[in-house]
Design a protein around this ligand. Sequence first.
Ligand code: MN
Length: 130
Amino acid sequence: MANNGLILCIEDNPLHAKIVYKVLQHAGYEVIGASDGKTGITLAQSERPDLILTDFNLPDINGFEVVRTLRTIEQLADIPIIMLTANNMDGDRELSLEAGCNAYLTKPVVRIELLNTIKYILSDSYEQHG
Ligand code: MN
């Protein structure tokens, strides 16, 4: 199977995680998972994924804290992060981007939207335009 990159998925809902893993694996990505924020941060440090997907509502720390922490770790400061959240409240999007996310998607995740966002973020054109 093609390896388009390693993606870390931080998600506490096993059913949702399973769906996302399947979508990503089918699209040729290698996937590793964590079911809470702190484990996710530890895995990010040891595995150095190409991209991180994080849920907002996690059992220990929330998605903002995950992102802020990752951004303080020098080797992980530039790693692309996509926030997935069930909260569709005004301001969440801006707060996520402010915290250092590269993109913000609302659940339920639309397969093609997720894959296009990942593809775009991992593409050279995205790098060039910051
Ligand atoms: Mn959750």
